[in-house]
Design a protein around this ligand. Structure first.
Ligand SMILES: [Zn+2]
Length: 212
């Protein structure tokens, strides 16, 4: 079996998504590019019982290289992202409720917290609606990514991406936290305090104090 270690990391990432309430049941998917190959979660399978053999290996055109399962129904969208964002290796799709709720009432998540700058890198755009299981989700992600590690898909969920699974997962989790904060503030009906460009640049500047 190809890439057993990475298959286990994909399953662990998917279980962490579920732990933080970003997906339920078999919702969402996780993908990892390794060279010219892509490891993806299977469609319509829960993550708690998923085993390394369930992960599907495809090439960048979607041809199955190894696997006994059908790949995620969003494979075309994932491949579009990987083929158009060469710096990205990991892609996570979730239906996380706070970000999806925000997509119903706003066209972006502005820079409202230090966490958003540190973990998602920029404000996050809400891309126009596209149907699920379609390449359009990938096209919208590439078009609306900007400098951020996430795009919110209107009336659907989010795409998070990065160099590693850890980076993409962290972006998805902290996007959800920031959307929660923003929605709470919006509900107050009072003016929202958004970080200035200068504050955002100060926060983003490397300081080297954080992390093990
Ligand atoms: Zn979806």
């Amino acid at each position: 079996m190809l890439y057993e270690k990475q298959r286990r990391e994909i399953i662990e990432t998917a279980r962490t998504m579920e732990k933080y309430g970003l997906v339920r049941m078999s919702g969402g998917n996780v993908s990892l590019r390794i060279g010219d190959l892509v490891l993806v979660t299977p469609t319509a399978m829960g993550y708690d019982t998923m085993v390394p053999e369930d992960i599907v290996v495809t090439d960048l055109k979607g041809n199955i290289i190894e696997g006994i399962r059908k790949p995620t129904s969003d494979l075309k969208a994932v491949l579009y992202i990987l083929n158009h964002m060469p710096e990205v290796c990991a892609v996570i799709h979730t239906h996380q409720p706070k970000a999806t709720a925000l997509s119903l009432v706003a066209d972006r998540l502005p820079l409202i917290s230090t966490t958003l700058i540190d973990e998602v890198k920029d404000e996050v755009a809400v891309a126009p609606f596209t149907i699920s299981s379609d390449e359009g989700m990938g096209r919208m992600t590439v078009e609306y990514a900007g400098n951020a590690l996430c795009v919110i898909l209107k009336n659907h969920g989010i795409m998070a991406y990065g160099k590693t699974l850890e980076q993409a997962l962290s972006a998805a989790v902290y996007l959800e936290e920031s959307c929660d904060v923003y929605l709470s503030a919006l509900a107050s009906g009072r003016e929202i305090s958004v970080l200035t460009k200068e504050q955002a640049e100060q926060e983003a500047a490397p300081r080297g104090y954080y992390g093990q």
